[in-house]
Design a protein around this ligand. Structure first.
Ligand code: SF4
Ligand code: FES
Length: 248
């Protein structure tokens, strides 16, 4: 396949940035999207140009690093995959592909396609954990019976990889699908109930502090989420927040 790429280039956080056109040739349909980007970068290095900066780590849909907005969709046109799992067979010979960073006030661009998502880490640090008693008298988690539905829902919520596609897809740059998933994965389990009140209050407060917008039930986040995180998690977080507020 021969392709035209329109890529966002931005030297650093202060640069205005612009779209730049590139051509790549002989791209195999079996390549992943990131392998296609590797081909472009080799080409740029060989001609003495600056390669395109983009984030990646695992390249197997686990780390959530590969944040790219491809043809107007977070992680591109396929469903339930990250950019690193997106294959070039989703495109046709002669296509023009637009590639931009995830855009949100709380995800400032660092360089080219790389954004700063430490706002997510600060939300996690505000409450996305369970304090464990390490006195030696810790109860074995497996000894606590948990309804199958709760275990399944908690596991589904825990598959969130913190990629930020939900934020990038939302017209309000809301982080509620991410925070809803993190709150839910603990709220559904007895081990997580102990700190449930402070957790939801602290995580929501940090989310607001970071400048994420509100949810207006558009649902784009659920559609673009590579892990199929359900909107039910936002509803559960809202219920948890209400319960916590009533407790004071
Ligand atoms: S909810 Fe989905 S889109 Fe949002 S951070 Fe988690 S995995 Fe990514
Ligand atoms: S590089 Fe890890 S999820 Fe894509």
């Amino acid at each position: 396949m021969n392709l035209t790429l329109k890529i966002w280039r931005q030297k650093d956080a202060n640069d205005k940035g612009q779209m730049v056109d590139y051509n790549v040739t002989d791209i195999s349909e079996h390549m992943s999207f990131l392998e296609m980007m590797d081909v472009l970068n080799e080409q740029l290095i060989n001609t003495g140009d600056e390669p395109v900066a983009f984030d990646h780590d695992c390249r197997e849909g686990i780390c959530g690093m590969c944040s790219m907005y491809i043809n107007g969709e977070a992680h591109g046109p396929d469903r339930n995959v990250t950019t690193c799992q997106l294959h070039m067979r989703m495109f046709k010979d002669g296509d023009t592909i637009t590639i931009e960073p995830f855009r949100a006030t709380a995800f400032p661009v660092i360089k080219d396609l790389v954004v700063d998502r430490t706002s997510f880490e600060r939300i996690q640090q505000a409450g996305g954990f369970i304090s464990v008693n390490t006195s030696g008298n810790t109860q074995d988690g497996n000894a606590i019976p948990i309804p199958k539905k709760d275990a399944d829902d908690a596991m589904d919520a825990a598959t969130c990889i913190g990629c930020g596609a939900c934020v990038a897809s939302c017209k309000n740059s809301s982080a509620m699908l991410f925070v809803g998933a993190k709150v839910s994965q603990y709220a559904l389990l007895p081990q997580g109930r102990v700190e449930a009140t402070e957790r939801v209050q602290n995580m929501v407060a940090q989310m607001d502090l970071e400048g994420f917008g509100n949810c207006t039930n558009t649902g784009a986040c659920e559609i673009e989420c590579p892990k199929g995180i359900s909107l039910e998690n936002i509803a559960r977080m809202n219920t948890e927040f209400m319960k916590a507020s009533l407790k004071g």
